[in-house]
Write a protein that binds this ligand. Structure first.
Ligand code: LMR
Length: 330
């Protein structure tokens, strides 16, 4: 090769290199948001709203890919995947973090919160906000709480008093507090992924489960569960979570804009959760596939008394002060 040809080739290589580098630096940041519920739920709507806001505010800079219905990961493996960098955002139920922190177990204590307003007050309190960073050492950061709502008990037979649940198998999320809650009424808890619940109920491998109105409706549990007891015995809320590595690696201006969009999407999702709790309950009643059982005060009190010892059981792990502060938010 002649000297002039060599110079030309080197020039071309250099130009190609610069072009590739420019393209690479201009490539958008991809945020994969994985969740397990349907799109027409508070979390599903929140994730879609987040995508809409971020992509409008950071066009070409950030792309959000939302994966609903356990399409990408289930809640049993999403946090490990997050620590490996395979997914950047998720919002598992607060019940699903016990491998990483014991403080969030507080939200599973039965009959701790009177209503969602009390849950909101506690989450926004100093104690509630402290819990967002309780997994920092494990590489995870809580970016905010998202509501779904209060849980109801669905079953193949009517549940009016705790004795009706004795000996029955209930699917629970991966939480020792929830296991203790069902053991307190002599029932048999089984930790199973959300994606398996419908089939377990349909095939009668289990007798019942606990969930919110929007999950019972969107996943059609009411079609295979003839009774739903309106127990409001616990809360099912979420922690929007990311990995510290991803979050701190974002440029400051992008991180601020993403957080702002997330806060707005959460507020939107919380509004959806309030509406869905009412609408989906009514849709289930109207379907006539499942009978909604309303408890008398005396019946409800029996559940409260049977399950209350669970608080003491987890007092050391969670912290007595936190439990008292949460109870005071009522
Ligand atoms: C469940 O597993 O029942 C819930 O955590 C599902 C969800 O994300 O609402």
């Amino acid at each position: 090769m002649k000297k002039s040809q060599l110079v030309l080739v080197s020039l071309l290589v250099a130009v190609a290199f610069v072009a590739t580098a420019t393209l690479a630096s201009a490539a958008p940041i991809v945020i994969k948001f994985s969740h397990v519920v349907a799109e027409n739920t508070p979390k599903g709507q929140m994730a879609n709203k987040f995508k809409e806001l971020v992509e409008k505010r950071l066009p070409g800079k950030v792309v959000v890919e939302v994966f609903p219905n356990s399409q990408l990961f289930g809640d049993d493996n999403v946090l490990e995947a997050m620590l490996l960098g395979d997914v950047q955002l998720a919002a598992p139920a607060l019940s699903k973090f016990e491998k990483y922190t014991s403080s969030l177990q507080i939200f599973d204590l039965p009959f701790l919160f009177k209503d969602m307003a009390a849950v909101e007050r506690f989450q926004q309190s100093e104690d509630g906000q402290k819990m967002l960073s309780s997994m920092k050492k494990k590489g995870l950061i809580g970016l905010g709480y998202l509501h779904n709502g209060l849980k109801q008990l669905s079953s193949s037979s009517p549940l009016r008093v705790p004795a009706d649940a004795a000996g029955k198998k209930f699917r629970i999320m991966t939480s020792d507090v929830l296991a203790a809650q069902f053991e307190a009424v002599d029932a048999m808890p089984l930790k199973k992924p959300f994606s398996e619940v419908f089939t377990l109920l349909q095939t009668k491998a289990i007798d019942g489960q606990e969930n919110t109105w929007s999950n019972i409706y969107s996943k059609k549990f009411y079609e295979v569960q003839p009774y739903i007891t309106e127990s409001n015995h616990g809360v099912l809320d979420y922690l929007v979570v990311t990995s510290s590595e991803f979050w701190m690696g974002l440029p400051d201006d992008i991180r601020a804009e993403v957080k702002k969009s997330l806060d707005e999407a959460i507020a939107f999702g919380n509004d959806v959760s309030e509406k869905k709790a009412i609408e989906d309950r009514q849709k289930i009643i109207d379907s006539k596939r499942s009978e909604v059982i309303e408890l008398t005060d005396a019946e409800r009190q029996q559940w409260v008394e049977a399950m209350k010892p669970v608080w003491k059981q987890f007092e050391n792990a969670i912290g007595k002060d936190y439990i008292e502060a949460a109870a005071a938010s009522n």
